[in-house]
Design a protein around this ligand. Structure first.
Ligand code: CU
Length: 204
């Protein structure tokens, strides 16, 4: 009898501890992400100087990419605004590493390039099991490559993070209405990218 109630007590204690544990876990993860993002921002501070980025093999794709806000069915919804100039590091591969984005994004302003954001670009491959996520944020996509700079065959997921310039649409929005390519010789108005079906998702 005593044994049975003890077992019941132990079971209930474990259950309530598990509940408390998961609540704490959720609260902690939000703070953890904030701390992670702060650490990331500090570690990337050195790339404010684009030459440091180039030396580390983040190579410029030259054009400052922006979007008109036009909506096309089955294409990504990009609010009017810019991304900027993408510097891509093709040596950073594998699953997305929160500490090492493979893209740095610069805004041209007053003859200078100012680091504004970072991006993780993840190709969709036969091994892709699910949509990637970082900092509790789900990646956008899958989508075709952004023509004309990236061939459309490069189907991928991506996530932007505006670590160095405030974005009224949110830290992880793909475009930033406060970023401008105006007056830059290599401004490039892109059409929103075509969305692709998720791997393994049933056709609709
Ligand atoms: Cu981008």
């Amino acid at each position: 009898m005593f044994r049975k109630s003890l077992a019941k007590y132990v079971a209930m204690s474990i259950l309530s501890l598990a509940c408390i544990g998961s609540t704490l876990g959720q609260a902690a993860s939000g703070d953890d992400f904030k701390a992670q993002i702060e650490t990331l921002r500090k570690s990337l501070e050195k790339y404010q100087d684009y030459k440091v980025a180039v030396r580390d093999l983040y190579l410029s794709t030259v054009a400052c990419v922006h979007y008109s806000g036009e909506k096309i069915e089955h294409h990504m919804e990009y609010a009017k605004g810019a991304m900027g100039v993408h510097f891509v590091n093709l040596t950073v591969m594998g699953p997305p590493d929160p500490a090492k984005p493979n893209v740095l994004i610069y805004e041209p302003s007053g003859g200078k390039l100012r680091l504004v954001a970072v991006e993780w670009l993840v190709p969709l491959t036969a091994d892709t099991k699910e949509r990637p996520s970082l900092f509790g944020e789900k990646f956008l996509g899958p989508m075709e490559g952004h023509e004309p700079l990236i061939p459309k065959e490069f189907v991928h997921y991506d996530l932007h993070a505006w670590l160095f310039k405030d974005n009224p649409l949110g830290m992880f929005a793909p475009t930033n209405p406060n970023v401008s390519c105006d007056g830059f010789d290599f401004a490039l108005l892109e059409k929103p990218t075509k969305m692709m079906p998720e791997r393994g998702a049933s056709a609709h």
